[in-house]
Structures are given as C-alpha cells and as structure tokens.
Design a protein around this ligand. Structure first.
Ligand SMILES: [Cu+2]
Length: 74
C-alpha cells in the first residue's frame, strides 16, 4: 500500500524519491510514499524543542506500529 507519511510540527522537504532528486521542492507536512518506494526528506529543526511524532496517516498502519518519536534538543 501507499503510505501518507506525516511529521508533526516540523515542515520538511522531499529531497529524493528512489534515489532520484525531487524536481519540485516545497515545504510539506505530509508526503505520499508509494508502495515499494523510498523517499528521503530533510527537516530543519529550528523552532521547537521536545518530543513529537511522525507516523503514517492511515490509522490501521499507525495502530500497527508505523509511528515513532522525534526527540528534538535545543
Ligand atoms: Cu501506511
């Protein structure tokens, strides 16, 4: 399945998809990761220190473990 990958609080840029540079960079809070593909992102951590999360936006996936913590130190 495809996975709508979401990061809380911190906007990110998609840098590449399957090793190919992303032609249209923009700030996002969610990116669709198609089945079997790899997406690389870059996240500047500037305005928030603490604990937040990233996860797949499909609730069943999230409940099965597609969720993690980000610990951001100032
Ligand atoms: Cu998913």
């Amino acid at each position: 399945m495809d996975h709508p990958f979401h990061v809380h609080i911190n906007p990110f840029e998609v840098i590449s998809r399957n090793g190919q540079p992303e032609p249209n960079r923009a700030w996002k809070d969610t990116v669709l990761v198609p089945a079997g593909e790899r997406v690389r992102v870059r996240i500047p951590f500037r305005d928030f220190a603490g604990k937040t999360v990233y996860h797949c936006h499909i609730l069943d996936h999230e409940d099965l473990g597609m969720m993690g913590n980000l610990i951001i130190n100032s």
